[in-house]
Design a protein around this ligand. Structure first.
Ligand code: GUN
Ligand code: ZN
Length: 426
């Protein structure tokens, strides 16, 4: 039977970075009809009631009905070490991350954390993530098994590292290729799951490993490839010593077949002009991780330039370098980073980044990230007065964006009233 949900329905008919806030339409008394995992119709509540008189109706009142949040750069294995104190990137990896990632050799632990991770992300209204696993193939199996059981559209890959990591966390160029290929063949395209080729970053891969993964990507062009790029200045200096003939950090990927459309480059803060030009030329995606970039002390992403250059930009938590599972909190951090750079991102732009912008970065915007007929029915229902602090602030709102912005800045999982995955209430 068709499900009809009523509320203030948010949809996009353009990109608010290009077309302004009016690219976002909010139907104040709207409805969304879902059937068979998809959105079959949307419009005014009255029109939907008339068109689907036998639908099962849920009225969410003045809550905002939005596409589910999409988080295109996370490390699910870092769930338990989120908010670990006092380190910058390389020290943080060695002190907190690598010891925790060692534990994923145990499939039972990997499964426990994968399920805990999805409990947390769904509670925060996030319906799609793109995750790094650990070097252990079992960590990919655990993640996809948990995602599949929940019916989620999900992206992930085995993290590959063959140097500068503890020996228990190293593979080789050959085993990285073989294990990644086996996992790709097993999971890619199953239900709503996609395999992502995942060299962690240039410091933890030999040139041979990068080449092997570049070859795997060339052989499997329907896969995305994810890695880290120019997150901290010390890291960039280290990359220069490890790859002395590379023109810049991006060149360590480019010269091994790891630059292309479908490449997701996390952080991308301290880019040189040649790097930006090449990323634009190939149509790559950059993933902005603002809570991580402030928490680990990495720097301020240049949203204005990257968007003006036409790059696809997604917005992500980077759990657990990032300090929150919430995409609302992540939008707030993106706003604050923008302010520090002299760019006030409009709430329409922030919301778009957390939904359709991230879907575009994942090249999945024809399936997720919008509320229109034919899209997959992954939705989040947001209470715009979820706390006393937010409620009193919205009382003065004269426009819809004024009533949404306090939730962006102060909201968290308490604002998430309902989540639908493939049309089903979770
Ligand atoms: N660079 C390489 N690995 C990582 C990671 O796990 N988190 C972050 N933030 N940066 C990285
Ligand atoms: Zn990361």
């Amino acid at each position: 039977m068709a499900e009809l949900i009523l509320g203030q329905v948010l949809s996009y008919h353009g990109d608010p970075f290009i077309h302004g806030p009016d690219a976002v339409h909010i139907e104040r008394q709207g409805g969304v009809v879902m059937l068979g995992g998809e959105i079959v119709a949307t419009g005014t509540a009255d029109a939907m009631r008339k068109a689907y008189p036998r639908a099962n109706v849920t009225d969410h009142g003045t809550c905002l009905i939005s596409p589910g949040f999409i988080d295109p750069h996370v490390h699910y294995p870092q769930t338990a070490i989120i908010a670990s104190w006092g380190k910058r990137l390389i020290d943080w990896l060695n002190t907190y991350t690598f010891p925790e990632e060692m534990r994923f050799a145990d499939p039972a632990y990997a499964s426990e954390i994968a399920n805990r991770y999805f409990d947390l992300t769904l509670a925060n209204g996030t319906t799609t993530v793109c995750s790094y696993a650990t070097i252990h193939p079992e960590s990919v199996d655990a993640f996809f098994t948990a995602a599949q059981a929940r019916g989620l559209r999900t992206y992930a890959g085995k993290t590959c590292m063959d140097r500068n990591a503890p020996s228990g966390l190293q593979d080789t160029a050959k085993s990285a290729y073989d294990d990644s290929k086996r996992l790709l063949d097993k999971w890619h395209g199953q239900d709503r799951l996609s395999y992502v080729i995942t060299p962690r970053f240039s410091p933890t891969s030999t040139p041979d490993q990068l080449s092997a993964l570049g070859a795997l990507w060339a052989e499997n062009q329907s896969c995305l490839m994810q890695t880290h790029l120019s997150e901290q200045t010390d890291e960039i200096a280290w990359v220069k010593t490890l790859y002395p003939t590379a023109r810049d950090y991006l060149d360590t990927y480019e010269s091994h077949g790891l630059l292309g459309m479908g490449g997701l480059y996390g952080h991308a803060i301290h880019l040189e002009p040649r790097e930006v030009d090449r990323l634009v030329e190939v149509g790559a995606s950059l993933i902005h991780c603002p809570t991580s970039n402030t928490f680990i002390g990495s720097g301020l992403f240049d949203m204005e330039t990257m968007v003006a250059r036409g790059l696809r930009v997604g917005l992500a938590t980077d759990t657990g370098g990032g300090s929150s599972f919430s995409m609302l909190r992540t939008m707030a951090a993106a706003y604050e980073v923008g302010q520090l750079r002299g760019t006030s991102l409009h709430p329409a732009q922030l919301w778009w980044l957390a939904t359709q912008g991230s879907a575009r970065a994942l090249r999945a915007d024809h399936k997720i990230g919008n509320i229109t007929a034919g899209m997959e029915a992954d939705l989040v229902v947001i209470d715009l007065a979820s706390t006393a602090a937010i409620e009193q602030s919205t009382r003065r709102a004269e426009t819809i964006w004024q009533s949404i912005f306090p939730t962006i800045m102060m909201g968290d999982d308490r604002a998430v009233k309902a989540v639908y995955v493939a049309g089903k209430l979770t």
